[in-house]
Design a protein around this ligand. Sequence first.
Ligand SMILES: [Zn+2]
Length: 497
Amino acid sequence: MTPTTTSADIRVTFWGAARTVTGSMHLVEVGKHKLLLDCGLYQGRRAEAWQRNKDFPFVPSDIDAVVLSHAHIDHCGNLPNLVKRGFKGPIYCTPATRDLIAVMLADSAKIQEEDASHLNRHRRPGEPTIESLYDFRDVRRTMNLTRSVPYDTEHPIARNVTARFVDAGHLLGSAMVHLKVADVASSPLAGRASAGLGDPALARPANEGKTCTITFTGDLGRKDVAILRDPAPIPPAELLISESTYGGRNHPGVEMLADDLCHVVERTSARGGRLLVPAFSLGRTQTIVFHLHQLISAGRLKRLPIFVDSPLSAAATEVFRLHPECFDEETSLLLYKDSGLFGEELVQYTRTVEESKRINDCREPCIIIAASGMCESGRILHHLKRNVGDARNTVLIIGFQAQHTLGRRLVEKRQELRILNTTCPLNAEVAVLNGFSGHAGRDEILAMLTPLADPGRKVRLVHGDPDQAELLKATLLERGFVDVAIPDRGESVTLAG
Ligand SMILES: [Zn+2]
């Protein structure tokens, strides 16, 4: 049983990304109002994930509004299901996030339908039919509810509550969410009938009487990475809900990334081989293409065919081009001089299966970038199956590879790999570049949180495996925070209003 709150209490309950890195979802209750921070898809084994995502631990129609940090599927991917199950309120996000989720959720709807038919094919006699988590109609309804709010604008989202998006530097459009809650009990608005969003009272700055503040970091990015601005300072708040993905680990610096990438391409080309890059369609693919374009424009790399074999990447890259307001100064300047930053002239984006198959006809050294990032599904599997046996080729790993994935077996350089029901010898080179992570490393998170150290501030660490979150917690306690916790799923924290 969760404790009851007074009208002035604010309670946050952690329903996802609690002691794990997937399914980000936190419920904020302000008196009778209910707001949701993120509504991510829990990703894991197919049947377990379906069950976990299907039912919400609250009534979706009771939620007044959703505030979305960014467009990665573990933060936004269950929104269409929330809508399908009765949510009708606004979904606030930055303009770039809105455009990215249009692409991401449409793709996810297809995957949901495929997953449901897979589960149905494997169900035991007598078991009920499994229904797709959502379909394109739910995605369309979801998009109708989205409201774009630019960075650094205080926007009313519920009675006495404003939200401000602050650049998180993690992905195009990614944001930290700063909530300001006016004291309901002493506010001049107290006792009035529930105000709709059209009520001018909502435009009243939430600073009359005592206010409570909450900052949710979403996913935090890194300094000095290509394309994006550095993360802005974390807005101070009474409650800090911080990600902790790399709470105990640092990444290699970003300075040598372009050089390292250049060397891998050069030595593969010199062997007459192909470079295969498994990459997530959103974020990582655009970063790699950006670096390749820069290296070729600067004359450091010879021009060679580059294929991005992913319809989703092609669509996501279109969205990048539409949002130069999210770029750092260097990229904005480059864009001013050169409109081809995302490989418009260098890269062939393949959409159809026929186009994908034609890549196999390319006889010269080339680069093939395809999803999925951990080689668990997607077109990269066909390319790996055809190419890992040839010692001239290279597989370039640029992201974290979870246990039991094909990507991890590649990193471990197993002699043989099972790919699409075929046993393939691994003769290709496997190169690993770890610096492409979109997440802040341990020292970077600490540099952002430490200036906020204050015994009166609560910190709740989410979006991290327990070992990483524990290491971050220990250091935050040394740095002057007192109330730091790693909540379990369903655990709450209360702020007195
Ligand atoms: Zn993310």
